[in-house]
Design a protein around this ligand. Sequence first.
Ligand code: PGA
Length: 255
Amino acid sequence: MNKSLRKTVIAGNWKMNKTATEAAALIEQLIPAVEGADCEVVICTPYTSLVTAVEKTKGTNIHVGAENVHFEKSGAYTGEISADMLVDLGVEYVITGHSERRQYFAETDETVNKRTKAALEAGLKAIVCVGESLAQREQGVTEELVRMQTKIALQNVSAEEMSRVIIAYEPVWAIGTGRTATAEQAQEVCAAIRKLLVELYGETVAQATTIQYGGSMNAGNADELLGKADVDGGLIGGASLKAADFGTIVKAASK
Ligand code: PGA
């Protein structure tokens, strides 16, 4: 285990929050809150705020991501956004496979794979989300489930492309519930994901891949979660909308 081999990444997932006008105001507050951070800082915003976010964060240490992407390059897909469209705006990251998309928008492991591939082919960095439901945890299938989700999401993703992939372990029961996984639970699953990456890509790629924890990470618990050997950052929902809290998490990740 060597954390120095990989980047620590704190990414905000704004979900369906903030108008572009409100986004501009929040970014004004975020810039000083995360200035000088010794980790990668990303904000993933709704599509409608991306132009504002890219513009406002120019010359700062904040990187911008989208929350989803379509897998086709272009065509008759009313309401969808392609990877090339995001790249053209100056967007650098995209989240794929978030559990809310799996739950409410019929996302499957196969479409997560297609979106991830499309993002990588366009030159984006992908934050690929995996995680079990409460029922699955109670059934004792967490590790199998997360291994399967990760393995399918990464079908045909090359070792070279893995340098632009982050895996975010987000137990569904911990998202937006205030019920955080314990640091031990987060570590256990993040370590299992890394073990899978060793099997798929070998030790060097596995050690270089950032694996985040997400699910009610906040200013109070970030320190402990990020202190674990295989937890290389966080995907932050609720707390990413409060500049001071997000700043505290970024500081915890900079230690
Ligand atoms: P939360 O969301 O921090 O509000 O639990 C995390 C996420 O969904 O990425």
